[in-house]
Design a protein around this ligand. Structure first.
Ligand SMILES: [Zn+2]
Length: 340
């Protein structure tokens, strides 16, 4: 369906390369969206994405040079017996994950949450690559891979952070790759790669479990008190929201006929932007309150969603909807100041 090369008018360009670049853009976008949703400092997160992309890009380049050299000078090297596609995919996956461990230490972030976000990015880029491969070479394995990845994305990854414990997504993703890969792509040396993936998945789960055990839990009666506060807050926010909808000048009846004067329009627009701003704040707090209530239900309440440490009790008493500890929250608000 697609040609192997696209002609942009000057020089034919490899179609797969174009698709890879599109996939990379999407991968950055997904990582950015998801990290923002999780409350990570976006600027710092960009440093991480940049380092990951750079490191895996350099590794990709060096590895292809090395293989080129082996083909000519050492054709019997065992590395050449492995399937290139699997080898490169594996190296890129592993090396783009490495910077996470340095940065999470430096910024005291939870590595598990970031690995989860990365899994989402990986599955997007793999969707691009498999769709491209299918459209160019019509191999149905790639179509199946694409459909499975999409299903995984829509049905499993959507629940990230709500119904699934952090760190689980990365393990699910690695196991998915190993299982799907060993059914669909039995290329040279595949067992080696898929075994490493499963090992990574299991160790991730093991480390995650260990961390959960180690954390200090907040007493139940303390949480119960805050839960009541949150429910009350949610109700009053709902009322405020309804009130704001009623006050919205654009929703007032008869606005089309009454607005003859320019001055009226101006007053109305000013009123509109104030209502909108208030509405925005109310909605934002409501979402936070709902998330805090979900966290209570899941037994994850009081744990910072950025760094994974427990949130100070005084902070929780003052802001029961707090989902981040004070130092992570300071990071986020600094970030917002920069943006404004
Ligand atoms: Zn924190």
């Amino acid at each position: 369906m697609l040609a192997e090369n696209i002609n942009f008018g000057f020089k034919p360009v490899n179609t797969m390369l174009v698709i890879t670049i599109l996939g990379l853009v999407c991968w950055c976008f997904v990582l950015w969206c998801e990290s923002k949703k999780d409350g990570f400092n976006t600027l710092k997160f960009f440093d991480l994405i940049f380092t990951s992309t750079l490191l895996s890009g350099v590794a990709f380049y060096l590895l292809s040079k090395l293989i080129g050299w082996y083909v000519i000078f050492k054709p019997s090297n065992p590395l050449l017996r492995l399937d290139r596609e699997l080898l490169f995919g594996f190296i890129v996956l592993v090396l783009s994950v490495v910077p996470i461990f340095f940065y999470t230490r430096k910024w005291k972030w939870s590595a598990f949450r970031i690995l989860d976000i990365y899994s989402l990015g990986f599955s997007i880029i793999l969707m691009f690559l498999s769709a491209g491969k299918f459209l160019i070479y019509s191999q149905k394995e790639y179509l199946i891979l694409f459909i499975l990845l999409l299903t995984l994305y829509l049905f499993v990854f959507r629940y990230r952070g709500y119904r699934l414990m952090s760190g689980l997504i990365f393990s699910i993703f690695l196991t998915f790759l190993a299982v799907v890969g060993s059914v669909l792509f039995r290329k040279d040396g595949y067992l080696l790669f898929y075994l490493i993936l499963v090992t990574m998945s299991v160790s991730n789960l093991y480390l995650r479990g260990k961390k959960t055990m180690a954390r200090t839990l907040i007493p139940d009666n303390f949480v119960a008190g805050l839960k009541q506060k949150l429910i009350k807050k949610e109700r009053s926010l709902e009322k405020t929201q309804q009130q704001l909808v009623r006050e919205d000048p654009y929703l007032q009846q008869g606005r089309d006929t009454d607005n003859a004067e320019v001055m009226d329009e101006v007053t109305e627009d000013t009123g509109k932007s104030i209502t909108d701003a208030r509405m925005g704040i109310v909605k934002k707090i409501r979402i936070q309150v709902k998330r805090a209530l979900t966290a209570i239900k899941l037994g994850k309440y009081g744990i910072c969603e950025v760094c994974g440490k427990s949130i100070d009790r005084a902070r929780l008493t003052a802001y029961p909807e707090a989902m981040t500890c004070i130092s992570c929250a300071t990071d986020i608000s600094q970030m917002e100041e920069v943006r404004e």
